[in-house]
Design a protein around this ligand. Sequence first.
Ligand SMILES: NC(=O)N[C@H]1NC(=O)NC1=O
Ligand SMILES: [Zn+2]
Ligand SMILES: [Zn+2]
Length: 466
Amino acid sequence: MNQVYDRIILNGQVVLPGGTYRLDIGIIGGKIADISESLADSPADEMVDAEGKFVLPGMIDIHVHFNEPNFGHWEGFATGSSALAAGGCTTYADMPLNGNPPTVTPEALALKGELANGNSAVDYTFWGGLVPGKLDQLEKLAEEGVRGFKAFMSNPGGEGEGRFREVDDLTLYEGMKKIAALGGFVALHAESDAITSALAEQAILEGRTDARAFVASRPVIAELEAVNKAILFSEQTGCEVHFVHISSVEAVELIDRAKKRGIPVTVETCPHYLLLTDEDMADIGPAAKCAPPLRGREQKEGLWRLLAEGKLDVIASDHSPCPPELKLDESLSFLEAWGGIAGAQSSLELMLDEGFIKRGIPLHKLVELLSAGPAKRFGLYPQKGQIAVGADADLVLVDASRSYTLTEDQLWQRHKVSPYLGRNFACKVTTTLVRGITVYNEEQGVNPVKQGQLLLQPVHAPQQTP
Ligand SMILES: NC(=O)N[C@H]1NC(=O)NC1=O
Ligand SMILES: [Zn+2]
Ligand SMILES: [Zn+2]
């Protein structure tokens, strides 16, 4: 066959679902048209030499907070998605907070869509929100194509009237019944508000406001209590639950036991729970503050063990930035500083560095958590999330023979705050392609033409003809 390819990626170590092989990839019309041992002699408009590099499916980061509308000064679509592109992520799902209005009505969803359109470096979709008083909006959001609905079981913090609020038990239960009927799923920030707010209040009364006090105010039992309740609600309503940013071995095991009983649950953790500990949080300061908090070394090692055992489904960044003064102002105690880690650009490199290079976990196993797992969770698979003929050509080239130190000037996000500044990475993303288009390369940086497409299918839209 004498096909003319738009582009051929030559000589890379290509990470397929079952393993890593030296292969060439031919791209036509934004899709992977061929994967073969030699396309070197095939005609193509452009040849990309991937000699010595790994070629992976782009990461699919289903947990980021880009904060528009109205909180673009925290993080916006252009800067946030640029950080993702530079870090090897090709699709993301934006959370319904901390922008205002939060994405809990079709009007707010439309506003998100307008703000992201033309400003996103990579493809994207939106989470809706499940909050008290807005149960009647769920169906309308589903009509606009929303399938995932985020709820907080503890106080999400944040500023302003009309901001996103945590669910009470009845809203969660009733919401899950409705979402199940709509064919959707919920994502839960699973920490018990009763436990965390009482402990935080007690700490403040006792004048304990440092990093250690923060960790003590959000113990593992708070996570377990919330997970346990949500599993019960899932069992009772049939609603699928995705547990975001799980931080403890005990919670992953609880979720795993529920899966084995046939309850439709999935579990996510974040690079920071696998890379950092509570001691790092105290050393680095509020740049490493997140909720649930970073935990001890045994928890971190335990999460790696569970990852190796296949008990995790998704790795996501939970990129949740804020203006630097809300974290770094010296008048703020650790307890008062904004909780949220802004690590979007580093997720893939951290997982490859620590998981593949240092711990020897096969790349295709990591790709299951970074790409295929999240794509499946969001119904984007097999169009996205794997390297396969017919899939979108969403590809990342990684040089694993190059080490570098992360500095502020390399960060594409709105504010140059990251717990990974100064860290030495043993690999580097060199090129990111979305549907065959170069959205990032080392020499030129992020492509200024923002070609990311929205991946929502409103039910009333005319079906696209191929
Ligand atoms: N509101 C918000 O984004 N909170 C996030 N930050 C964090 O560390 N955990 C979260 O859920
Ligand atoms: Zn959360
Ligand atoms: Zn979050």
